[in-house]
Design a protein around this ligand. Sequence first.
Ligand SMILES: CC(C)(COP(=O)(O)OP(=O)(O)OC[C@H]1O[C@@H](n2cnc3c(N)ncnc32)[C@H](O)[C@@H]1OP(=O)(O)O)[C@@H](O)C(=O)NCCC(=O)NCCS
Length: 227
Amino acid sequence: MFDYGDSLLSIGMVLVAPPHRRRGLARAVMDRCLSMAGRRPSTLIATPVGEPLYVGLGFVEVGRVVRMSVESAAAGADGAAAGKRLPSIAGNDARAVEQLDHEAYGANRSALLRSLLARAAATSVVRDARGGVRAFGIAMRQRDQLVVGPLIARDASEALALFRSLAGGYAGAVRIDVPTMQEAFLSALAGLGLTPGGQSAPIMLLGAAGLPGRREQIHAIASRGFG
Ligand SMILES: CC(C)(COP(=O)(O)OP(=O)(O)OC[C@H]1O[C@@H](n2cnc3c(N)ncnc32)[C@H](O)[C@@H]1OP(=O)(O)O)[C@@H](O)C(=O)NCCC(=O)NCCS
């Protein structure tokens, strides 16, 4: 369980070892999590095999995310490589980054952000005329793959600039999980040679009519596990 304050918590990485499946273990774990959640809205991103369990617990689909990837950001037509490097997130940007994230997610993810920033392979910001942070992105390395997200931006072109800054020239595979509502950003990524991997995954919610925050600003999530 990832505790994002009073407005939201996220449940991730529900795993039962294959020999022990279909004995009610995942349901028991979820019941325990939900009783700890109390009346707080709970969200998760389901796998196909997990979805029936969550539907049975009352979760409803409120959106979807699709995984886009490319074998090498340095290759391809125009290639993500052509991206201009934006400035990195500076130490004194931390509060502004947390505020932007809070506005987009409607929840306090500062502990998660601190942990992501401490392990980031690359970070980028778009600044406004007065030098404030108006958009940001973080990329992490997972083995030899670069995982881009979160990306919080006002529009698709800002998100694309962040993506190119973070992934441009990276010689290995690049992956990004994008909410399907971001149609303009998804077609821009397709234009860079990224392709969708399989079915999109449902974002599910229990305990509220909708997710908090200004979700239209979320152009990529950090990971399905974090919600
Ligand atoms: C999804 C997962 C956690 C379920 O664990 P589990 O302990 O087998 O689940 P439970 O026995 O508690 O099942 C509870 C209910 O969920 C549903 N369910 C669970 N597995 C299912 C499956 N393979 N197909 C259809 N329904 C399923 C059923 O309604 C089930 O109740 P029933 O057995 O009385 O019919 C397990 O299959 C797993 O670890 N999968 C791989 C990782 C993964 O995808 N995790 C989900 C991340 S979101």
